[in-house]
Design a protein around this ligand. Structure first.
Ligand code: B3K
Ligand code: ZN
Length: 899
């Protein structure tokens, strides 16, 4: 496989000013006529990309080219000898109904869809398929009207007419220049809901959400989320919708979450359709977040796009940051409607924001930290790739968002917004780099602090790995000072390890938010020696060197530090807390993020000690005591409590275990959970009683937080073997007024009370789900991750008549959930889980390499496991690697894992 390197970037020799596409849509064989106006910019041949296309004809300035006048290779079409300007006409054919890759043009559920990012446009027509070639598009769609009444593409509908033979035609024009990865078309029988709204500057725009007929009743939340996204971008980022019409279309078969095509977003139906009976609180919030995310791309991604795919985080990190802030703002805003006022409202809003922050950090730690320590580790701006589809990663997205967030922390909200305005002033309409973004931010930062710059900060874009920050405190009782030393270190990871001694990793710029507590848990006012800033109870230390120290004055006694408040940087903190320090922080820290973190650290210590088989097992009474204090604290809101009282995820714990023993870890976590369930049964019952949400379902954060806590309490009780709680779970399953409660009760029964009642509930859930693919996905996923489901049982589910590997959501629900989220059974000592994995990777790779490669990543951590498992994983990886005809996608993943 060929490795593409960032340093090899070359501009394209031609500009493509306009593109006219005409589609004769037939599921079996579609003909595409592309007319391109090209203008020479640099010397060189015109090389076009194409994949799985049948070339019918090529003409230059209306003159057909004889076949010796161009070179046709498997994935390129080269036309040499063009002058300054030319009009190319390319006619080609593709086979949408057969296209199971779900890249390019394909048919799902009788509807034509496209997916072009990153390199799918080349499966539609011959084209310079790269983001720095930006053009104006006119698109003509023709199809039989009876089967394809809706014909949609980017921009504005400018003409429509009937054709002979029951066919019809629609012509769309996108007024904005765009790279081809933002092209889209949809054609089929669709139902929709819509709303007209007026933008801030007074333009009337049409918002529409399309889906398969019969499901338009489930688009209300999506449409409302779209309107909120539009408003939020106007108010928080001063960015207005630039189109007259903005469409979202739900697809049943879709490789990822959604796609931000200009004016025509195409979504996985899972991120559009919702009603209280079929969607959980988590679904509602994911829909709002993804709709926001794609909408926000209209500016951060579409108006300003990426020069090349190495710059992917330019749009993704920034847009994830924006969607995270959107959700936080929406959660805070929803609380204003709950009757709270004044201080109580402000407190609840701050807490809701922290809950969002906690959820984002949980996701980062579970997915990105392991990635950053494994063979696929890469900087947020990768240096090289074999297949760009493999780099839509937690690092590019979620760590990328953290890198943007740190710039926000360093500049402040007002400064960050000035930086954004500067970025758009400089680059609107262009394809640019991550450096261009940081340059705009740096111009503001330097104006704020003439003596500083972002030189060390830029290393976040170049270096992979999670930095560790070692914290030490030295208290001087006589001088009443406390010296805080921060030292950073980042070991070589992934391919960096191959560089050996030649690798030089330099310190990065880390905004490190900290507070100090006294022995009673009160916040101490912080005064930094040499600074005349007023005392405050939290400060951001800017660590830019390998090691630096700060002296706090007027410190009355040895303090307990509250570290990395709000997770101000994507790093691992090392500090020698005592268990008492942690309990104190969990009980008193005023920073709700760090407060929860202390409890998680305490729980992690207990679980890891059990898992290691320590000769003197830890005394869990301490942990019970700490958990009881949180349960008894009337001050804090239920959503936060649910997150504070949940135990750290196995994936996060595994990062701290060497070698990783998933069985021991699962057992240890069970043991601790059962103990907490038993010893605090009264408190858990009270939590259930106190957090009912009667009345009409609402996904607002207060109600969702109550359900989180109530359902966590239910699972603790069942895990603790509480007999009456089983009945409670059965009743909750039966009487639930919403999917969140029904699914939580079902999960509690299946996982902690297997038997006749659990089976009956599962069967009932299946009956309720039969006509709803998204509910069936839940039914499969719940079983795939169950404590009782091993590889043998997963194979039985694989044979179920409702299972198909061809639908990515279904494959994810069963196969991915088992391989990636059921560590207890996936890592069975007999290797059955790994053999299953290898079979499924190969089965998927035969028709959908992008999805196969995602599953392939499931074994990349193999070297870190106990020897028996390691050997079996190695064998499974070799089995996949040796397969003839393996895709470039999967080849890259398994060969890097085996390197
Ligand atoms: N930009 C798309 C991702 C496309 C992935 C293609 N392999 C969705 C998003 O991040 O908004
Ligand atoms: Zn995105």
């Amino acid at each position: 496989p060929v490795t593409i390197r960032r340093q090899d970037y070359q501009p394209y020799p031609f500009a493509v000013d306009t593109v006219a596409l005409a589609f004769d849509l037939q599921p079996a064989l579609t003909t595409v006529t592309a007319e391109l106006e090209v203008v020479r910019q640099h010397p060189g041949d015109l090389v076009l990309d194409g994949e799985d296309l049948e070339l019918v004809s090529v003409a230059v300035d209306g003159q057909p080219l004889a076949s010796h006048a161009y070179q046709l290779a498997p994935t390129t079409l080269t036309i040499p000898g063009l002058g300054e300007r030319a009009r190319l006409t390319l006619v080609s054919r593709c086979r949408p109904a057969e296209n199971a890759t779900l890249m390019g043009l394909y048919v799902s559920n009788g509807v034509f869809f496209t997916q072009c990012e990153a390199e799918g446009f080349r499966r539609i027509t011959w084209f310079p398929d790269r983001p720095d070639v930006m053009s104006r598009y006119t698109v003509t769609l023709r199809a039989p009207k009876a089967d394809f009444p809706q014909l949609l593409s980017n921009g504005n509908l400018i003409a429509q007419r009937e054709l002979a033979d029951g066919r019809h035609e629609a012509v769309w024009e996108d007024p904005f220049r765009k790279p081809c990865y933002l092209f889209a078309l949809v054609a089929g029988k669709l139902a929709w809901t819509e709303k007209r709204v007026r933008t801030r500057s007074g333009r009337d725009v049409l918002l529409q959400v399309y889906t398969d007929p019969g499901n338009e009743g489930k688009t209300e939340w999506a449409l409302a989320s779209l309107e909120r996204s539009l408003r939020w971008d106007e108010t928080r980022f001063d960015l207005e919708l630039d189109l007259d019409r903005f469409m979202i279309v739900a697809a049943r078969d879709f490789n990822m979450g959604a796609m931000e095509n200009k004016g025509l977003n195409i979504f996985n139906a899972a991120y559009v359709l919702a009603d209280p009976d079929s969607a959980t609180d988590a679904n509602y919030s994911a829909i709002e977040a993804v709709i926001g995310h794609e909408y926000f791309h209209n500016w951060t991604g579409n108006r300003v796009t990426c020069r090349d795919w190495f710059q992917l985080s330019l749009k993704e990190g920034l847009t994830v940051f924006r969607d995270q802030e959107f959700t936080a703002d929406m959660m805070a805003a929803a609380l204003a409607d709950t009757g709270l006022t004044g201080d109580a409202l402000a407190k609840a809003q701050a807490s809701a924001r922290t809950v969002k922050r906690i959820d984002d950090v949980i996701a980062l730690r579970a997915a990105q930290f392991p990635e950053d320590a494994g063979p696929m580790a890469h900087p947020i701006r990768p240096e090289s790739y074999q297949e760009i589809g493999n780099f839509y990663t937690a690092t590019v997205y979620e760590k990328g968002a953290e890198v943007i967030r740190m710039q926000h922390t360093l500049l402040g909200e007002a400064g960050f917004q000035r930086g954004m305005a500067e970025y758009f002033r400089r680059h609107d309409g262009q394809a640019v780099t991550c450096d261009d973004f940081v340059d705009a931010m740096e111009s503001v930062y330097r104006a704020q602090h003439p003596e500083r710059d972002l030189t060390a900060f830029r290393r976040w874009y170049r270096q992979a790995g999670t930095p560790r920050v070692r914290v030490t405190l030295a208290y001087d009782a006589q001088a009443r000072t406390c010296t805080v030393t921060l030292a950073q270190h980042c070991a070589p990871v992934g391919v960096e390890r191959l560089a050996g001694d030649s690798l030089h990793k330099a310190p990065v710029h880390i905004p490190f938010k900290i507070g100090l507590l006294d022995a009673q848990g009160h916040p101490l006012p912080l005064r930094l020696s040499g600074s005349d800033a007023a005392a405050s109870d939290t400060v951001v230390l800017e660590l830019t060197e390998a090691s630096q120290h700060w002296v706090f004055t007027d410190v009355p006694g040895h303090p307990v530090p509250s570290l990395l408040r709000d997770f101000s940087a994507p790093v691992i903190v090392e500090y020698d807390y005592t268990d008492r320090d942690l309990a104190l922080l969990l009980a008193h820290d005023t920073n709700a993020y760090a407060r929860r973190e202390a409890g998680q650290e305490l729980a992690a210590r207990h679980i890891l000690a059990h898992a290691s088989g320590a000769t003197t097992p830890p005394d869990d009474a301490q942990l019970v005591q700490a958990w009881r204090a949180v349960l008894d604290d009337p001050q804090v809101d239920p959503g936060w409590r649910a997150r504070a009282l949940n135990l750290p995820a196995e994936k996060v714990l595994a990062e701290r275990m060497s070698p990783i023993d998933p069985g021991a870890l699962a057992q240890a976590r069970d043991l601790v959970r059962a103990r907490l369930g038993r010893d605090l049964a009264g408190q858990w019952r009270a939590a259930i009683d106190d957090n009912q949400t009667p009345g009409a379902y609402s996904p607002d954060p207060l109600s969702a937080g109550r359900r989180d806590l109530k359902n966590l309490a239910l699972s603790y009780l069942l895990a603790g073997g509480d007999a009456p709680a089983r009945e409670l779970a059965e009743l909750q399953y039966r009487d639930a007024g919403n999917m969140t409660d029904r699914l939580a009760a079902l999960a509690a029964l299946v996982n902690h009370a297997p038997g006749a009642a659990a089976d009956a509930a599962l069967a009932d859930f299946y009956q309720r789900s039969r006509r709803d693919p998204l509910m069936l996905d839940k039914w499969f996923a719940l079983q795939a991750t169950a404590r009782t489901t091993d590889a043998g049982q997963v194979r039985k589910l694989l044979a179920h008549s409702d299972f198909t590997l061809r639908n990515p959501n279904r494959a994810r629900a069963l196969v991915f959930q088992f391989c990636l989220n059921n560590p207890r059974h996936f890592h069975a000592a007999d290797g059955a889980g790994y053999r299953f994995w290898a079979e499924q990777v190969l089965a998927l790779d035969a028709f959908n390499p992008e999805i196969a490669a995602r599953l392939a990543r499931g074994l990349e951590q193999w070297t870190r496991y106990a020897p028996v498992l390691r050997d079996a994983m190695h064998a499974a990886l070799e089995r996949v690697r040796s397969q003839a005809g393996l895709s470039r996608n999967v080849t890259e993943i398994v060969s890097k894992a085996l390197e």
